[in-house]
Write a protein that binds this ligand. Structure first.
Ligand code: PMP
Length: 285
């Protein structure tokens, strides 16, 4: 991805894609002092772009980093990147991190907080699996407690076990891994939230211990507006048997049906199909 044409916004200005580099002594590279956003632009407009800018600033705050930019300035940076690259339908990646400072210790209060925005054309996150129903492995690692790490932040450090779990899943022929939390309840996938359907009602884990996705919140609101009951609650893995349908939600994943989790099977049913279609309509509205 490094060596290509295009523009990336970095610390306040557009630079050539292949010149958007950081120094090897970047604090974030050593200590995971980095937060980011994943957003999608549909027909020239980023879906919930401003919410993503606010979440980026909040993630930074949770990591003790003061954003050098306001949400409006971040919105403008994203706009500039999309225009400079001529993208109408694209994935947008904003990232904010601690740069290098006077020394290379853990403490980094004087290291500058830096920011970049890149965008690229990115189709369906789960590829073919999207319509057949994705197959999920159960991750060996657990989502950590909010007393261990700021779980509400979209922070690089929270993704270390995501990459490891996704690699393990892919080696078994699965599209993704499903995490339980440290107490053993169903949590989320490596880059998406999870929902279940039982008798036309929807169940999803309470998002008080992992990223409360912007897509997740959108879907819950959409369902409630349609008169569908949504239960946000603790879900035990033993319960997976009792659900008829399952789907993932996320900016990249959008609404992706799940066909299998470990040995549990789900149908790609009408409720999931309708939610996926309604979401597709909404993001392009
Ligand atoms: N959980 C994790 C771990 C994620 O990386 C994502 C994607 N950002 C989500 C959930 C879904 O969040 P959103 O709907 O805001 O993209």
């Amino acid at each position: 991805y490094d060596d290509r044409d295009g523009k990336i916004w970095m610390d306040g200005k557009l630079v050539e894609w292949r010149e958007a580099n950081v120094h090897i002594l970047t604090h974030a590279l050593h200590y995971a002092s980095s937060v980011f956003e994943g957003e999608r632009c549909y027909s020239g407009k980023i879906f919930k772009g401003h919410e993503h800018s606010l979440r980026l600033i909040e993630s930074a705050r949770l990591l003790d980093m003061q954003s050098p930019y306001t949400a409006e300035e971040i919105d403008a940076a994203k706009e500039a990147v999309l225009n400079a690259n001529g993208f109408k339908d694209a994935y947008v990646r904003a990232v904010m991190w601690r740069g290098s400072g006077e020394d290379m210790g853990v403490s980094a209060r004087r290291n500058p907080v830096r920011m970049a925005v890149a965008a690229w054309e990115w189709g369906s996150y789960y590829g073919e699996a999207k319509w057949q129903g994705a197959k999920l492995d159960i991750a060996k690692w657990k989502r950590p407690s909010p007393e261990t790490i700021p779980t509400a932040a979209k922070a690089a450090g929270l993704y270390m076990i995501c990459t490891m779990s996704k690699h393990a899943a892919e080696e078994k022929g699965c599209s993704d891994a499903l995490f339980m939390d440290w107490e053993g309840y169903v949590a989320e996938a490596t880059g998406a939230n999870i929902f279940f359907v039982k008798d036309d009602e929807v169940h999803t884990p309470l998002a008080d211990r992992f990223l409360n996705g912007i897509t997740r919140q959108t879907i819950i609101q959409m369902l409630k507006d349609n008169g569908t009951a949504v239960h946000e609650r603790r879900i035990k893995p033993e319960e997976l048997d009792s659900f008829q349908e399952c789907f993932l939600t996320g900016t990249a994943a959008e609404v992706t049906p799940v066909g299998q989790i470990g040995d549990w099977h789900f149908q790609v049913g009408d409720t999931t199909r309708k939610i996926a279609a309604d979401y597709e309509k909404l993001v392009r509205a």
